[in-house]
Design a protein around this ligand. Structure first.
Ligand code: GLP
Length: 269
């Protein structure tokens, strides 16, 4: 696990956007796994800037979003498809027929929709780079504590903690779903590269547990310790409780030199 600490949230967004640009310029038909939430909004803004400067094109990119609320269709302003359109897809040249979400409406069988999503990911050649945020309870996607490390895309009931954390995004009388479809932990671990972003002091405990806590389904993000190509990119506030911070700062400097010399994403052809 590589840990990179940036001075500000803007610097985090800049760093991650440049990784994505590098990847797409290396492999134009790359498959990205994308996340929603407040954390990646600055990243998406930066990608739009890179696109407007003709530094990257998304024409041949396929995307799979991590999750989607249950029984909310793509036109609902609370849907993650709406979010992605608003913050990224409407402002770049992506072919939206290649942008996928695990949408499951009432009456549809979530098991079949989960299986289909897995098949679509496999047919696209697997995910080259998965972007992740981090829940304050350690969830990734909507894989709440106790999620199996072997899980695939499926429906999950949200914890009260997650419902409370996300309630800020809903108006008072607006319906807030308590279930969601989410890629499983095993789906996420199958990505060739993973970048997890966390910013803000409220993520500092979860970040510390992700990096140096025990690997346990009680803390889903901890399993990322076992993935061979994970980069955790933090701002200073989110890194404030990381043990051994000097080591990570030094390692990041050394890695940067090597990556500038030999490039990134060496497993991608
Ligand atoms: C949400 C999403 C996650 C996201 C996390 C953090 O519930 N399902 O994919 O990473 O919670 O969200 P935020 O970035 O708003 O803190």
């Amino acid at each position: 696990m590589e840990v990179i600490i940036c001075d500000t949230q803007e610097a985090v967004a800049d760093r991650v956007a440049n990784y994505i640009k590098y990847l797409i310029n290396k492999k134009e038909n790359a498959t990205l796994g994308l996340a929603t939430g407040s954390t990646p909004i600055k990243l998406y803004k930066k990608l739009i800037e890179l696109y407007n400067n003709n530094e990257v094109t998304f024409k041949k990119t396929t995307t799979f979003n991590l999750d989607e609320y249950y029984n909310i269709d793509g036109d609902n302003i609370q849907s993650y498809r709406y979010f992605m359109n608003k913050y990224l897809f409407n402002k770049i040249d992506i072919d939206k027929s290649k942008a996928h979400f695990p949408i499951c409406l009432e009456g549809e069988n979530p098991n079949l929709i989960g299986d289909l999503y897995e098949k679509k990911i496999i047919n696209a050649g697997g995910i080259d780079l998965q972007i992740l945020g981090l829940g304050s309870n350690g969830h990734i996607g909507f894989n709440e504590p106790s999620s199996s490390f072997m899980s695939k895309t499926r429906i999950k009931t949200l914890t009260q903690k997650t419902i409370d954390d996300n309630s800020r995004l809903f108006n008072k009388n607006e319906y807030q779903p308590n279930m969601a479809m989410t890629m499983g932990i095993s789906t996420i671990l199958n990505a060739k590269y993973i970048i997890l972003i966390a910013t803000g002091e409220n993520k500092s405990d979860a970040v510390n547990r992700l990096i140096s806590g025990a690997i346990s389904s009680k803390n889903p993000a901890s399993i990322l310790q076992n993935h061979k190509n994970v980069i955790v990119i933090l701002d200073e506030d989110a890194s404030s409780k990381v043990n051994n911070i000097d080591y990570y700062l030094n390692a990041a400097k050394e890695n940067k030199k090597l990556q500038e010399q030999f490039g990134y994403f060496h497993e991608l052809k």
